[in-house]
Design a protein around this ligand. Sequence first.
Ligand code: C2E
Ligand code: MG
Ligand code: MG
Ligand code: MG
Length: 291
Amino acid sequence: LEAGKIPARILYYELIMSSGMTDKLILENDLHKALDNDELFLEYQPQIDLQTGRITGVEALIRWQHPEKGWISPGTFIPIAEESGLIIPIGQWVLETACYQVKLWEKEGLPPLKVAVNLSLGQLFQQDLVEMVQEVLVKTELEPQCLQLEITESMTINIDQMTTALRNLKELGITIAIDDFGTGYSSLSYLKDFSIDCLKIDRSFVQKIQSNSTDEALVAMIISMAKHLQLNVVAEGIEEVEQLAYLMASNCETVQGYLFSKPIQPKLLQENFHEIQNNAQSILGQLTLIE
Ligand code: C2E
Ligand code: MG
Ligand code: MG
Ligand code: MG
């Protein structure tokens, strides 16, 4: 070794160690195998219609059970999948699995449900996205109106590319929701041009209901704006009856949250479907009595 010179390899190693890159590289490598090894699965969280108390839809949420590290949250591995491009095969698997599952439930006697599937930015700009979605619909025999794709507000930054991708998707007959609405910077002007069908109010607003009147006002404003634009509204992350009461009073249509059910595995959802629904109806019934 020449005095004072550190080989590039060691510098690189130090760099990745100090930035936590190794963990990420290991996870990325493991994620490659996860699909083939059946380590990925989906959970489903019911969405409740506030008029009827019925479960009208579910959101599909991906899970990873790592063989050594155990449960890894999507908040950790979805960004890795996005950066590495793995989101393309994983996203396709999610879509196929979710569409297949809701169709299966229907065949087994549950009422027809809408399924919401989260889409990443990389997928939205995937060349063959529309063909892929169409193939999945054909293969699973799911009616297009039963599929909702969720995109986030931050994706609306690439407004032109976005509009084209969404228009093509909409021609299939599916619907589009804006997820985590209110958290990303956005000019809102996309709402009039875009083929958006639904706004999902982010749970950060919902959870500040009762403690922060500004957030309450924002929630009410989003709901009223959505009505004017003829969009559906789903409020996410409802944990407390008080939050529900406020949302009902503000004419919110649909809610999703731990108060009714956590995301659960498909078998459990099927077995407990009526129990979850009865429980939701009884919570809603009590609220209506109080009012
Ligand atoms: P998201 O799409 O906004 O999903 C809602 C998140 O809120 C889920 O977290 C859900 O478990 C959680 N949640 C629902 N109700 C409540 C509640 O009452 N209280 C609290 N504290 N949390 C609640 P999860 O499953 O950890 O997913 C996190 C994010 O990961 C999702 O946020 C979504 O952005 C992303 N994600 C999940 N599955 C997929 C997928 O298949 N593809 C893509 N691209 N992203 C996904
Ligand atoms: Mg979502
Ligand atoms: Mg969300
Ligand atoms: Mg989110």
